[in-house]
Ligand binder design. Structure first.
Ligand SMILES: [Zn+2]
Ligand SMILES: [Zn+2]
Length: 90
């Protein structure tokens, strides 16, 4: 992660070591100007599985079959892998 020093705008690399607490204030000395500034760590949520979603653009759903117990019976279901809607297979 990189931040810019609030004093001199110099770029500073901050290594995430897996033990920094989110929302806690950390202090760091700028190696460019020698001033100390503080920052908060805000871990951004990673977005994965970005894919086209035809059914959200007037296209067909992409059904994936699965089974679920409804009222003690196994029922064949299908779920769209893009928008997540589910329906019983007729
Ligand atoms: Zn600086
Ligand atoms: Zn869909």
């Amino acid at each position: 992660m990189k931040v810019n020093c609030p004093y001199c705008s110099g770029e500073i690399r901050i290594e995430y070591e897996g033990e920094l607490d989110e929302d806690e204030c950390h202090a760091r000395e700028c190696r460019h100007c020698g001033k100390t500034f503080s920052y908060r760590l805000c871990l951004s949520v990673e977005i994965t599985d970005v894919s086209q979603a035809p059914c959200l653009n007037d296209g067909p759903h992409t059904w994936q079959p699965f089974r679920r117990v409804i009222r003690c019976n196994w029922v064949n279901m299908q779920r769209c892998k893009h928008c997540g809607i589910e329906e019983e297979v007729p």
